[in-house]
Write a protein that binds this ligand. Structure first.
Ligand code: CAA
Length: 247
């Protein structure tokens, strides 16, 4: 499905990002797996089909120079910029609004929103420069960006912003052949959700009609669909993959 395509994945060392790397590699893409944690992303690449075909790079999505150096390294190693991008890198720093530190509010916005913006801008500029006229970008939002969540005024705001960023990007980038969509996962079995107190996890399960959390692959399959030509008439869409939570 992705033969001959280069795919950049951010947050590639973590739960959903790692699953996205595995599915893209399974379906024939050459994957540039990136993460701020270089050890985790090297581990991801070692798990992929034909690991020698893929690249693991350390990248800080909040730092434009770091994003530019990854795109340059991709062009050097694989002879073209990535025409598929999965913006999965994201963090939480949960606390009640009345106790939230200004730093925690801004750090979450920096990674989740500014990071998605920078990667989109740098990659799309490279595509235009190289005369590549078709690309697909998928951003990871969250159902919390639609419903809000107790303890997540920063994260909820950031994931709502990702939806606005997705739609603005889709409007602007259609004319250079780049589609931009986003996915809103519900609770997914990843290290991020493992930090949620058990009593809160139980409350969330009660509100989830399918009565379980997603496996990372169930989110990653939808990301892969939106990256692929199977979704060729979709742009600016925000797709919920939540087991019915927050519908
Ligand atoms: N939904 C419902 N109730 C919640 C809640 C939530 N998200 N968060 C906290 N509460 C409730 C607790 O159950 C508790 O209720 P009781 O008084 O009845 O016991 C009350 O609020 C106080 O909570 P804590 O005792 O845990 O208070 P704390 O000060 O020790 O911690 C907190 C506060 C840091 C917000 C902590 O409760 C917490 O981490 N909550 C979870 C927040 C959350 O849902 N994060 C999602 C992370 S996963 C993710 O973000 C990925 C994604 O896209 C889905």
């Amino acid at each position: 499905m992705f033969a001959g395509r280069i795919a950049l994945v951010t947050g590639g060392g973590g739960g959903i990002g790692r699953a996205v790397c595995r599915i893209l590699a399974r379906d024939g893409a050459r994957v540039v797996a990136t993460d701020i944690n270089s050890k985790s992303v090297e581990e991801t690449v070692s798990m992929l089909v034909n690991p020698g075909e893929h690249v693991a790079l350390s990248m800080n999505v909040t730092d434009k120079a770091s994003v530019e150096s990854v795109v340059k390294a991709t062009i050097d190693k694989l002879q073209a910029p990535p025409s598929l991008v999965a913006n999965i890198a994201g963090i939480t720093q949960d606390n009640f609004l009345l106790k939230m530190e200004e730093r925690s509010f801004m750090d979450v916005l920096d990674v989740n929103v500014k990071g998605t913006f920078l990667v989109t801008q740098v990659v799309t500029s490279a595509l235009v420069e190289h005369g590549i006229t078709s690309g697909s970008i998928v951003n990871l939002s969250s159902i919390m960006g639609k419903t809000g969540n107790i303890g997540q005024c920063n994260y909820g705001a950031s994931k709502a912003a990702v939806q606005g960023l997705t739609k603005s990007s889709a409007l602007e980038l259609a004319r250079v052949g780049v589609r931009v969509n986003c996915v809103l996962p519900g609770f997914t079995q990843t290290p991020m959700v493992e930090t949620v107190p058990e009593k809160v996890q139980k409350k969330v399960l009660k509100l989830t009609p399918l009565n379980r959390f997603a496996q990372p692959e169930e989110i990653a399959e939808v990301v892969a669909f939106l990256l692929s030509d199977k979704s060729s008439f979709m742009t600016g869409s925000c797709v919920e993959v939540t087991g019915g939570l927050g519908m």
